[in-house]
Design a protein around this ligand. Structure first.
Ligand code: AMP
Ligand code: MG
Length: 404
């Protein structure tokens, strides 16, 4: 049975980036560039005014200077008339500097009178001009392949005139819940039954990392139902099932998947919660069988599925940050496997303090809602005291914003 790190390595070594596709700019937000983006032109495209004022020849500005106004260039206009010696052209921010000009004198340093402008403030030759190509040179790589697209990258792509961008495809991720005890969300509760929360919670996890969920609903605990739903699920880029993999029960999930061609890479992992997590490949496509317990399915999604999906989408950083924190509770566990302890984080004196978020029984969902992170309690230890340093994998966005 692989350890936590080994299992993650086994998965990440076997999933690869999907192919690229060209998408519209806004569609590219949060996705990863599949090719270098090369500037097709200079930015700015020409020398232009950085302020509203007068374009002049810097040499003419020795005071007291009075220059004849010979023209006006509004924003967006190309300058037609040149600036002759002793002359000035009124210019708006962003407008092209007329030939002969090398300096802009802002309005606040001038006084206009009788079609002449008097310079009233100090002038440095070359001031208030944005030079052609000073930001980006034509032919320069402005965004390398493998970069996550944020609003700043979108701004650069737009400035380079690119309405479409090549990014890695998002995987379709089929999600199947299994079990005779499951009710669909919205059905009235009956004793002995539970609502299929995994289907939507896993779909939410898939959406949160930028991939496309396909909810298949519930396979009942019989072969025919499994075969039918799983055949559907295996058409997606990634297939996730939940439940039906606990020790002791009839192992329908893995059995039917094996018949349908899934080759297991590992069948269990040395972690708790989440030990009965199975990972395999079917025609090269990843298949994850997660435990049924909602907390275990969420934790194993976070720790195993999410990094795999991010890698498929071309991300280079696929693991969430691990922070050091000081444990604030006594904790006991069995030796031999890593335990994920649900913790609340607080920042105090430049450090994170980690408090158990409450009952750590796998069946308790509420303490998952109260958790900012999962403390990774190492396999070899069985007891932890207040003041021990632990590593915490942050899972809430709120906590990501916290400063230790
Ligand atoms: P199993 O692996 O089938 O033994 O399921 C383990 C536990 O998870 C049981 O208590 C199930 O009722 C629960 N469970 C299984 N599937 C789901 C699901 N889709 N949504 C919520 N709870 C589930
Ligand atoms: Mg079951």
């Amino acid at each position: 049975m692989p350890s936590f790190e080994e299992a993650r390595r086994l998965i990440l070594d076997r999933v690869t980036q999907l192919t690229a596709e060209r998408v519209e700019l806004l569609e590219a937000l949060g996705r990863v560039t599949a090719e270098d983006i090369v500037a097709p032109w200079n930015l700015p495209s020409c020398d232009n005014a950085a302020m509203d004022g007068y374009a002049v020849r810097g040499a003419d500005c020795r005071q007291p200077a009075s220059l004849r106004i010979t023209g006006f260039v509004p924003a967006g206009a190309a300058a037609i008339v040149p600036i002759d010696a002793g002359c000035a052209i009124k210019i708006m921010t962003g407008a092209a500097i007329p030939s002969g000009g090398d300096t802009v004198v802002p309005f606040e340093d001038t006084k206009e009178c009788d079609n002449h402008v008097r310079i009233t403030g100090p002038v440095v030759r070359g001031q208030h001009i944005r030079l052609v190509g000073e930001d980006v040179r034509c032919g320069e790589t402005v965004i390398p392949a493998g970069r996550v697209i944020r609003p700043a990258e979108i701004s650069m792509l737009a400035s380079c005139g690119m309405a479409l961008v090549s990014v890695y495809r998002k995987p379709t991720v089929a999600i199947l819940s299994t079990g005779d005890e499951l009710l669909e969300v919205g059905e009235p509760l009956v004793p002995g039954k539970v609502v299929d929360s995994n289907g939507v919670s896993l779909a939410a996890g898939v959406l949160a990392c930028g991939a496309t969920p396909v909810i298949l609903g519930i396979a009942r605990d019989n072969r025919a139902s499994h075969v039918q739903k799983m055949s559907e699920g295996l058409k997606a880029d990634v297939f996730i099932t939940s439940a039906g993999v606990s020790a002791g029960e009839r192992d329908l999930v893995r059995e039917v998947l094996a018949e349908l061609g899934m080759r297991p890479v590992f069948r269990r992992v040395d972690i708790g919660p989440g030990a009965p997590t199975c990972f395999g490949l079917r025609e090269g496509k990843p298949v994850f069988c997660l435990p049924g317990n909602p907390v275990a399915s969420m934790i194993t999604f976070e720790e195993f599925v999410r990094p795999a999906l991010l890698k498929m989408m071309g991300h280079r950083k696929v693991l969430k940050p691990l922070v050091r924190a000081i444990l604030q509770d006594e904790v006991r566990k069995k030796t031999g496997k890593i335990k994920f302890l649900r913790v609340r984080l607080e920042a105090a004196g430049g450090k994170f303090l980690a408090y158990s978020s409450g009952d750590q029984n796998t069946g308790i969902l509420k303490t998952m809602l109260m958790a900012d992170g999962l403390a990774l309690l190492p396999a070899e230890r069985d007891s932890f005291s207040v003041g021990d340093e632990v590593k915490v994998h942050i899972i809430s966005e709120d906590a990501e914003m916290m400063e230790p």
